[in-house]
Design a protein around this ligand. Structure first.
Ligand SMILES: Cc1cc2nc3c(=O)[nH]c(=O)nc-3n(C[C@H](O)[C@H](O)[C@H](O)COP(=O)(O)OP(=O)(O)OC[C@H]3O[C@@H](n4cnc5c(N)ncnc54)[C@H](O)[C@@H]3O)c2cc1C
Ligand code: SF4
Ligand code: SF4
Length: 811
């Protein structure tokens, strides 16, 4: 006869444990489940997606009603267990249902913590925990406008994002100065705040709530400093507390949570506990990955499979807000005995920090690009020794080896290793879905295994597993939106811009039904670029979509001052020009004048208000040292003076720079011209490199000397200066039209392959057409410094700009 197993709590942890048990010992138990909510088991994590309008309730059900039937599990949904009789080994509900057990699992989860404020019981004051809360918010948004979310943590921000999507005005109240202070350091937290502000969220930081105002329904919130803010809805997202009352009343040992040992056994025999209500080695977890690990161990215990028991978990977090990528794991704050590696790129809104102690990675914070998350998380969990290769952890193989490529990394994982922590999917399960079920895309894997279906943090790993199993060619190109605001890919967006003659970002967002009203810091500059590329005449530059340096036409430095880099064509200057630069530097007290790597002069430490005056006195064009544009054309002395030189590299460089200056490109572009194969101008690490040979020129493309070093590849050999210009124009325009915004030529050439570029540029006719288009675009450009000097309104806006203290890369 089968033994009787009762589960209290039809939530993620409890049902997971039962699922694993059924796999290990399908005939051992007759299972009965009680759940207070009138729903089958659903993915609570995805409530944020339901609120944001990205999923429906039906989409988030994990085990539908049929699953219970098919597995012989009796479900009492909508029934709360109110009593456990541990002597008689039975449970009962208020509605009068009783069930006996041989073994009992308590998985009652958590309750949201509601601040005990005067007025907190008013209508319109809710938590964010279950389907009911979600529905209340969706209904409220139909009739009311103003929402306040109390709590600037993960849950609060996800609630706020969802409410914004429901067209409510949202203010987030947080008691601390930094958002998500438990998961992020100050830099990441500030970047997050800026991004969310751009998305339309208001923040009331360092505010202590005093009371909730209103008669029957909430009308506002009063703070301890006396200020009052109107509100029609208040969502409290200030934390959770393990739901332990029933366990306490039944005589189980309870601290913060129900105390369990490594086998998830409570203080009373045959009673087990998993999930947020359980406390293991002093910790009650609030994320799903550890709960699944607990469930696996409990299943083994009940099925009689020997195991070492549950050893505790290291957790990682990912914020599920579209357009914002945030990852955090382990101990991410600096201490006396830790060192850290940081990468910060304000152009692209990326920040990465890895904290190392005794040669091991102990914590990480990623903002803007979380693709390294899983790899770092594994290092943290496994305590991998990284001594001697600390820098390569973030900088990658190009900086001297150490960090594995994504595919190498997944190849080194054991089959049993979990890839998707939210849904407990292992590498083996995913490989099986590829080989047995024929999955060829991330979306198919998601449908088949649920991997990447919750927080989405493991998507890069799933993609790498596909590439590992099928080779890059076998992987179906996954349709990924250009950012979280849209499902549309880069190609679809550009196609819509062209075919529907869309000329402004607003139009694109409306026509393509953007999920956010204002877009985010990824799509806004991308759209601005695509529109300008497609319709150079019709599109009006959307200055506010540009990053701060591009808006100011100068690079902001660490201390908030600016750097001024005038154009010096081909790196060639004159005594008169040098005198002028020197006089301007003296007049404006420029603290440092420095040669850049691109053969020009950088005037560093300039005050914001001096910029237009300096530009006027310099009387030189902007060198665009700040933009996604042509930066420099580096030249060697070539045949003019060098005894090895075979061609006039200086003149070629100057001609190229004069032609392409002010050209907007998907990412920055650098050129170089060397007068012979000794390559003194380093043409082979440039986006477009020219090397003189006997009787002609070699043209190289796709090189990069930055963080990810890449040698360029030979595009073709030509004979004349005119041909160099023709190929340069065709290549640059093709890159402008085909690459993704923010994609360097090195990445683009690697992605699409040199052969496809050669093919696209093979016909003379096509090269001519591309040159006509690039020349048209170039004919419409003007020097931005001159424009600012001449136009009062531009100067005025410029003077109003506040300079945030950001570090940027010049050249
Ligand atoms: C909006 C939101 C977003 C989240 N996002 C993430 C995320 O991105 N990543 C992550 O890892 N985690 C996230 N979480 C947390 C995650 O959902 C929880 O850690 C997980 O659901 C906990 O599982 P559990 O089974 O312990 O509890 P629950 O899922 O809460 O299940 C407990 C169930 O027991 C029922 N119950 C309680 N008492 C009784 C009783 N006496 N009788 C019968 N039934 C009872 C409850 O009604 C509930 O249905 C999020 C949570 C929320 C609310
Ligand atoms: S690349 Fe050749 S031509 Fe140019 S400086 Fe070097 S040796 Fe001279
Ligand atoms: S200028 Fe120097 S320090 Fe600054 S980003 Fe470039 S390489 Fe790094």
């Amino acid at each position: 006869m089968k033994k009787k197993l009762v589960l209290i709590g039809n939530g993620m942890a409890g049902v997971w444990a039962v699922e694993q048990l059924l796999k290990l010992a399908p005939n051992q138990y007759e299972v009965t489940v009680f759940g207070s909510e009138p729903h089958p088991n659903y993915n609570r994590i995805l409530l944020s997606s339901v609120l944001a309008g990205d999923a429906k309730i039906d989409d988030i059900v994990i085990n539908d009603w049929n699953w219970y039937k098919e597995n012989g599990v009796t479900l009492h949904a909508g029934h709360t267990v109110t009593k456990i009789d541990t002597e008689r080994k039975s449970v009962s509900t208020a509605s009068g249902i009783t069930a006996e057990y041989d073994d009992l699992i308590i998985a009652t989860g958590s309750l949201p913590f509601m601040l005990p404020l005067p007025g907190a019981d008013k209508e319109g004051v809710i938590a964010f925990r279950d389907i009911n809360d979600c529905n209340t918010m969706i209904e409220t948004a139909k009739n009311y406008k103003k929402a306040i979310v109390i709590g600037g943590g993960l849950l609060g921000l996800e609630a706020a994002r969802g409410l914004l999507n429901l067209n409510m005005d949202v203010s987030v109240v947080h008691i601390f100065k930094d958002l998500m202070e438990r998961q992020l350091d100050q830099t990441a937290s500030q970047m997050l705040r800026k991004e969310l502000e751009k998305q339309g969220m208001n923040f009331l930081l360092e505010k202590n709530t005093d009371s909730i105002l209103g008669k029957k329904r909430v009308t506002g919130v009063k703070f301890k400093d006396g200020s009052v803010v109107d509100a029609d809805l208040v969502v409290m997202a200030v934390g959770i507390k393990p739901n332990v009352q029933l366990a306490k009343d039944s005589g189980l040992e309870v601290n913060r949570g129900i105390v369990v040992n490594d086998y998830l056994e409570t203080s009373i025999p045959h009673v087990y506990s998993v999930g947020e209500c359980a406390e293991h080695r002093g910790i009650a977890y609030g994320l799903v990955a550890p709960l699944y690990e607990q469930g696996n161990e409990l299943a083994k215990r009940l099925a009689g499979v020997p195991s070492a028991g549950y050893q505790g978990s290291v957790v990682s977090t990912k914020l599920k807000v579209s357009g914002v990528d945030v990852f955090s794991a382990g101990q991410f704050t600096d201490a006396e005995d830790t060192a850290s590696v940081r990468v910060q790129d304000d152009f692209e809104g990326v920040y990465k920090k890895v904290v190392i102690k005794d040669g091991k990675v102990i914590g990480a914070v990623l903002f803007g690009d979380t693709s390294d998350g899983s790899r770092l998380f594994k290092m943290i969990r496994e305590g991998e020794d990284v001594t001697g290769k600390e820098k390569q952890i973030l900088l990658g193989e190009g900086s001297g080896g150490g960090a594995k490529s994504g595919v190498d990394y997944v190849a080194s994982m054991a089959d049993s290793e979990i890839v998707c922590g939210c849904n407990g999917v292992s590498k083996g399960t995913i490989l099986n879905a590829i080989s047995e079920k024929g999955c060829t895309s991330v979306n198919e894997i998601k449908a088949c295994t649920k991997a990447s279906g919750s927080c989405g943090g493991c998507k890069p790993l799933v993609a790498d597993l596909l590439a590992l199993a099928l080779g890059a060619d076998g992987v179906q190109t996954v349709k990924e939106g250009i950012c979280g605001c849209t499902e549309h890919s880069r190609d679809e967006v550009v196609e819509a811009i062209r075919s529907m003659r869309l000329t402004s970002s607003k139009e694109v967002m409306n026509v393509l039904e953007w999920k956010t009203e204002e877009g985010c810091s990824k799509c806004r500059p991308a759209l601005n670029y695509y529109l300008g590329m497609a319709w150079p005449e019709e599109h009006e530059e959307e200055r506010e979509s540009r990053f701060v340096n591009e808006r100011n036409h100068a690079n902001i430095q660490k201390d908030g001052t600016y750097s001024v880099v005038p154009r010096i064509y081909g790196g060639v200057t004159s005594p008169a020009e040098l005198k002028r630069i020197a006089e301007v530097a003296e007049k404006f007290d420029v603290p440092m004048v420095k040669f850049t790597g691109g053969q020009r002069l950088d005037l560093l430490g300039v005050k914001k208000e001096d910029l237009p005056k300096m530009w006027a006195e310099l009387d030189m064009p902007s060198g665009y040292a700040y933009g996604k544009a042509l930066r420099t054309v580096k030249t060697c002395v070539g045949s003019t003076f060098c005894r090895f030189g075979t061609q006039d590299s200086i003149q070629m460089g100057i001609d190229l720079e004069k032609r392409f200056e002010r050209l907007n490109t998907p990412a920055k572009v650098k050129l170089a011209v060397s007068g012979c194969p000794r390559n003194c101008a380093e043409s082979t690490i440039k986006d477009f490199g020219v090397i003189a040979i006997d009787g002609g020129w070699e043209l190289y493309v796709g090189g990069n000397g930055g963080v990810k070093v890449r040698a360029s590849e030979l595009l073709c050999k030509v004979k004349t200066e005119e041909e160099v210009q023709e190929w340069a124009g065709a290549f640059l325009q093709y890159y402008r039209e085909a690459a993704k915004w923010n994609e360097r030529t090195s990445e683009w050439v690697s992605r699409v392959g040199l052969e496809s570029i050669k093919e696209a540029l093979a016909s003379e006719e096509e090269r001519k057409a591309l040159n006509e288009r690039i020349d048209k675009t170039l004919s419409l450009t003007t020097d931005p410094w001159k424009e600012i000097i001449e136009k009062d309104e531009l100067r005025a806006t410029f003077e109003e700009l506040q300079a945030p203290a950001l570090e940027t890369v010049a050249d």
